[in-house]
Design a protein around this ligand. Structure first.
Ligand code: FES
Ligand code: FE2
Length: 412
């Protein structure tokens, strides 16, 4: 890390200096070391690109990327930057094309990113044009490694990232497979800008402690409470996690739970849903887990809240700005009632969701509060100091796991 950034606190992952969320040098370094480093990042669902020529654009950190279904039927990904003078080659978010042609001077690439033609390459009437030494094959788009896990396509620019299946690991891989049990069908997408550093959102995703305290809806309507059974699974290395709730069984009984939450501001006693269909759930996974929130380091999230399934991608847009993208999923064999149920329950999440709206706000509140206190630290001691799996959600173990994975990449 940059030499004028002070050493990490002695307490290790139980303390995080606030400058990690605001320092432009930290941000600049992590675009390189985390997002262009040996990590795998979610690019697309394989099903988003069904036919050769389909493409979608996304990012590795802030580096723009094009993902295509090639003529060979395989998914390819390239940096979205023309080899000529650096223009964006693909300007649309999504589309279909036979070739990728840059608008600036019409250099044209195939769907795998190989340069196929250069306008006026031979000049005109023997004058101008490229020298004979110029070879098309030396100037393609920069290619990413891509790999697929359960229909999720990930990419990396680093030769040092381990194979994707090893990177995800069996513990978390099984929890992805559990949710993505069929051919996915996209029900919708949203995108929102968060006025906070990307890591504040990733911490929030891994923060099982806040969910039933910040989110009054969860507690009031008993979707999730800390008194229900559950825990966190944390992969070796710390970066990947899955938290789970067994919402139907309260470990201290219904009244015991009410008593514990009675003095906590998230409880709104006496409220009833005007339309109870919102929470009308069916057992889909055969294991009693009503909520599972999962992350793959650094910025991918897979959510199951009852029957609401969504992917989230956390894209950094500056030290204090983040784009959060959501893809809401069902499966090809869902019947109409199941699709309706998933859509209704998706009101829980997204930019204005009954439980997600607060997550969109609270990171911005932190960002505003840490100004001028860059050398002070947050405290992450719930559940101890380790970052191992625990059979409780009254813990910050998976957030400590994030820092465990992040710090070595950053040399911190
Ligand atoms: S910058 Fe793309 S063709 Fe010139
Ligand atoms: Fe939350």
């Amino acid at each position: 890390m940059d030499r004028h950034v002070p050493a990490w606190p002695q307490e290790g992952n139980s303390r995080v200096p606030y400058r990690m969320f605001s320092d432009p040098d930290v941000y600049r370094a992590e675009l390189d070391r985390v997002f262009l480093g040996p990590t795998w990042q979610f690019l697309v669902l394989a099903d988003e690109l069904p036919a050769p020529g389909d493409y979608k654009t996304t990012f590795l950190g802030e580096t723009p990327v094009i993902v295509t279904r090639g003529a060979d039927g395989r998914v390819h990904a390239m940096v979205n930057r023309c080899a000529h003078r650096g223009n964006l080659v693909c300007l649309k978010h999504q589309g279909h094309a036979e070739a990728l042609t840059c608008v600036y001077h019409s250099w044209s690439y195939d769907l795998d990113g190989n340069l196929k033609s250069v306008a006026f390459r031979r000049g005109i009437g023997g004058k101008g044009g490229m020298p004979d030494s110029f070879r098309l094959e030396d100037h393609g788009l920069r290619k990413l490694r891509t790999d697929d896990f359960a229909g999720l396509v990930f990419g990396t620019l680093s030769p040092d990232a381990p194979p994707l299946a090893d990177y995800i690991g069996n513990l978390i891989g099984a929890r992805i497979g559990r949710v993505l049990h069929g051919k996915p069908k996209i029900l919708g997408t949203t995108s929102q800008i968060l006025h906070n550093n990307w890591k504040l959102y990733v911490e929030n995703v891994k923060d099982t402690y806040h969910a039933t305290l910040l989110h009054t809806f969860f507690t009031t309507f008993r979707v999730s409470r800390l008194t229900a059974g559950g825990g966190v699974l944390i992969a070796e290395g710390g970066g990947n996690h899955a938290s789970y709730t067994r919402g139907k069984h309260d470990t201290v009984g219904r009244e015991g739970s009410d008593k514990l939450y009675a003095d906590i501001q998230s409880m709104r006693d006496g409220l009833r849903l005007a339309d109870p269909r919102l929470l009308d759930s069916v057992e889909e996974f055969g294991d009693d887990v009503t909520v599972q929130i999962l992350s793959v380091f650094p910025n991918f999230v897979l959510q199951q809240i009852n029957n609401s399934i969504a992917l989230r991608l956390v894209l950094p847009k500056g030290p204090a700005e983040t784009e959060l993208q959501w893809i809401y999923l069902g499966f090809a064999d869902d019947d109409a009632a199941m699709t309706e149920r998933r859509l209704l329950q998706s009101n829980l999440v997204g930019p204005a969701g009954y439980v997600s709206m607060e997550d969109g706000a609270v990171g911005g509140f932190v960002q505003r509060a840490i100004v001028g206190s860059e050398n002070e630290c947050s405290i992450l001691e719930m559940g101890g100091h380790e970052h191992a799996s625990q059979e409780t959600r009254t813990t910050e173990a998976s957030i400590r796991g994030f820092w465990q994975a992040y710090r070595p990449l950053m040399g911190l």
